[in-house]
Ligand binder design. Structure first.
Ligand code: ADP
Ligand code: MG
Length: 212
């Protein structure tokens, strides 16, 4: 099963070395199905359960494209809750250990805006946050999404259930038209398909039944 090893992907030796040091050797089912196309820049709709390795499925394409010398936001990851946003940011920091000076900022509600604005002013490469707070920053013009190349909707079904559709729509409008969009959901009912389809461009659709 050599094709499911991370080493089969077109990643730098440093990146592969870091994945190896994290214990990432064999790809999970969703990673093996999605990463070759996602690394080529293709949009993705992936339906998979918790614990299937979704963070690396979007984190690896984000970090593969990232230019650490450009201090502008290059990727936005939307999550339903602060806990999930913190988990994603921590996992992205581990996946990015081989790159110097990558700045990953979390923007979630329930905390003051001031320090968040301060970290944005210092320059962020990747923003992870909840739709309400991201929309607040856009409204106050403290967040510039005009240069992002990757947009991730993580746990999209939960974000829709929590009433974030209008926020997400406004956020997507603030992103460039030419971008890669990666959508993850535990379920994929028609209601989500309808909401999601305008955001994606001929996406690869993947459904993973089991965990690995
Ligand atoms: P999900 O978002 O699908 O719930 P995560 O991305 O949080 O799943 O991954 C679950 C756990 O599995 C994390 O601890 C992560 O570090 C680990 N993991 C993910 N992919 C791999 C892999 N290919 N090899 C080893 N561990 C992995
Ligand atoms: Mg997850």
């Amino acid at each position: 099963m050599t094709t499911s090893r991370f080493a089969s992907l077109n990643l730098s030796a440093d990146f592969l070395g870091n994945l190896d040091s994290l214990g990432y050797r064999e790809m999970t089912a969703i990673q093996a199905a999605a990463l070759p196309d996602a690394l080529d820049g293709r949009d993705l709709i992936a339906q998979a359960k918790t614990g299937s390795g979704k963070t690396a499925t979007f984190g690896i394409p984000i970090l593969h494209k990232l230019n650490p010398r450009f201090f502008g936001i290059q990727a936005l990851v939307l999550c339903p809750t602060r806990e999930l946003a913190d988990q994603v940011a921590n996992e992205l920091r581990r996946l990015a250990r081989h790159i110097d000076n990558v700045k990953i900022v979390t923007l979630c509600g329930g905390v003051p805006m001031g320090p968040q604005i301060g970290s944005l002013e210092h320059g962020a490469h990747i923003v992870v946050g909840t739709p309400g707070r991201i929309q607040d920053h856009l409204y106050r013009e403290t967040l510039d999404l005009s240069r992002i190349s990757t947009l991730v909707l993580d746990e999209a079904d939960r974000m829709v259930d929590m009433g974030f559709v209008d926020d997400i729509t406004r956020i997507v409008r603030a992103c460039p038209r030419f971008r890669q969009t990666l959508l993850f959901s535990a379920t994929y009912p028609d209601s989500i398909r309808k909401i999601a389809s305008p955001f994606l461009r001929s996406p690869l659709e993947i459904k993973v039944e089991s965990q690995h």
